[in-house]
Design a protein around this ligand. Sequence first.
Ligand SMILES: *Cc1c(COP(=O)(O)O)cnc(C)c1O
Length: 359
Amino acid sequence: MPRPLVATVDIAALKHNLDVARAHAPGARTWAVVKANAYGHGLERAVRGFAAADGLGLIEPEGALALRRLGWNKRILLLEGCFDTEDLMQSAQHGVDIVVHSPEQLAMLEQTQLTQAVDVHLKINTGMNRLGFAPAVCRDIHARLRAIPAVRSISFITHFANADEDAHAVLPAAEQRARFESAIAGLGGERCLSNSAADLLHADCAGDWVRPGIMLYGATPSAGSAASFGLRPAMTLRSEIIGVQHIDRGDAVGYGSTFVADGPMTIGVVACGYADGYPRHAPNGTPVLVNGVRTRMVGRVSMDMITVDLTPIAQAGVGSEVVLWGEGLPIDEVARAAGTVGYELMCAVAPRVRMAEIG
Ligand SMILES: *Cc1c(COP(=O)(O)O)cnc(C)c1O
C-alpha cells in the first residue's frame, strides 16, 4: 500500500496554458520552457502537453537528448548553451539549438570541428547582469559567429529582470528592450525576449519568439492570480489525513511546540512533509484544503507530515482528502504564505512522491 501522497499532472491544463501564452503573443512562435524536469511535471508529460509549441527550451543538455528520445522532433534550445565540447558535438548531432553567452562558449564554438550545422542564439546582457555579452560588443560577436562555417543561423536573445514589475522598477522592461534593439539594430536574425511575465504583461516585447515557463504550469511569475489570466493549475498535490488528535486549550502541536491551542481543537495529520518537497518554512496558517474546505496548517512542517486544523470541518477524519496545492488552492497562495514562489514548490516535489496524470 503506497503512501497516499500523489502529484497529479493535468495534461489538458498544460495544453490550455500554452494556448493562453500563444494568445498573448499571436505573431510570435513559442519555446515552451521545460527546464528542471518541466518544472517538476516530467519531460514526457511536457512533450505531450506542449505538442503544439514550436520548440522546447531547457537548461540540461541530457534533458535535450531525452526529449529527442521521447520523439520530440521540433526545435530544442539549450538556454545556457553548452558546458563543454562534448555537449556542443551532441547538440549539433541532435539538431539542438544553443545559446552562446560568453567568450568561452564562443571560443569553444570557433575551435570545435562540427560536422553538422548548428543554430546559435546570441545572448545579450541588457542589464540583468547574469548571462550574456555587453550590448557594445554584440556586433563583433555576431561577426565572429558568422565566420564559423558550422553556424547556420544566428538569433538574438535577452532576459528581463523586472517584466513582472511596473515601469518604476530600477530596470524597467522597456529599458532592457531598448538596449536590446539598439545593440542589434540592422542585424538580421530572430529576436526572443519574453519570459512568462513579459508574455503576460508586455505584448510589445513579443518579438519573433517568446519563452514562457511558469505560466504554462498554471502559476504566475509574481503578484496577481494565475486564474485572472485564465491559467489552470497543471499540478495538484494531494494526500490524506492519516491520523487525528483531539487537543485542548494550552496543548501544543509538533516539534518546537510552535503552535499552542487556545481552545479545544481537532488536529489532522497529513502524509506530506519537507522530504516530499513541502516547504519547511511554511508557517502556522498556511492554507490547505481538506475535503475541499479551506483550513490552515498548524505547527511545524516535519519530514514526512504536516498537521492541520480540522476543527472547522465536521466530517473530516482519517482518509479525508487533502489538497496541498493545485485544483482549488493556487500554488502561488501556498508559496506566498511560505515566503517563496510557485516555481520553487513545483520544482521541489521530491522523487518519492508518486506522479499521476489526467487529461
Ligand atoms: C526559465 C527561463 C525562462 C522562463 O521563465 P518563466 O519566468 O518561468 O516564464 C525563460 N528564459 C530563460 C532563459 C529561462 O532560463
